[in-house]
Design a protein around this ligand. Structure first.
Ligand code: 5GP
Length: 204
């Protein structure tokens, strides 16, 4: 190995960005929680949202819950690296937090919608894009109903948006079908592990 290569091959500049998108009910949050619980080198960024807090959710854990006025102020002050209106609510990723975590060299998991995913990919072309889906739409609908997180009207909105979100699958690099939680977690883990070997992450 030449000297320059030898000296720099293992130096990592920044962490990787891993974008995870999925229709509502596909199991994205359960999968991400399992992935980060076993890997201290991955941080899941907490987004800001105007969505109402569901029972059991804690401010600063699932999201930073803010009202629309506050969110729009944050947009004006350019506090978001990306933001989108999803299922009628605003969601955004903090620019400062993302930059801070990336500098530590840790990997950042962004659980964001498809438009957010596209925007991050434009800004950070090395980002890894993973799409999660259930084996079929019927399973997705059943999961949306059985998890009892939302009322009927919201379930309908989320289900009809799922069909639109699926059109973006081709823009993603990986598709993980969540038939079984453990298998899906393992698949994501393998994809993340493979990023350690990507050539463009190294300095030559
Ligand atoms: P939920 O209300 O079910 O927690 O999330 C609804 C959707 O918003 C999901 O697709 C989720 O990935 C997306 N989302 C959450 N945080 C962000 C964010 O910061 N930016 C964008 N663009 N989407 C987000």
């Amino acid at each position: 190995m030449n000297r320059k290569l030898n000296g720099c091959a293992n130096k990592k500049l920044f962490g990787n960005i891993i974008i995870i998108s999925a229709p509502s009910g596909a199991g994205k949050t359960s999968i991400c929680n399992a992935v980060i619980s076993e890997n201290k080198n991955i941080v899941c960024l907490v987004s800001y949202t105007t969505r109402l807090r569901r029972s059991g959710e804690k401010n600063g854990r699932e999201y930073f819950f803010v009202d629309e006025i506050e969110f729009k102020k944050m947009i004006k002050k350019k506090r978001f690296v990306e933001w989108a209106k999803v299922h009628g609510n605003y969601y955004g990723t903090s620019k400062a937090t993302l930059a801070r975590v990336l500098k530590t060299g840790r990997n950042v998991l962004l659980e964001i919608d498809v438009r957010g995913g596209m925007n991050i990919k434009k800004l950070y072309p090395n980002s890894c894009m993973i799409f999660i889906m259930t084996p079929n739409l019927r399973t997705l609908k059943n999961r949306l109903i059985s998890r009892s997180k939302d009322c009927r009207k919201i379930i309908e909105t989320r289900f009809s948006n799922a069909k639109k979100e699926l059109k973006f699958v081709k823009k993603y690099e990986y598709l993980v079908i969540n038939k079984n939680l453990n298998d899906a977690v393992e698949a994501i883990r393998i994809i993340i592990k493979s990023l350690e070997y990507k050539i463009q992450k190294r300095i030559f």
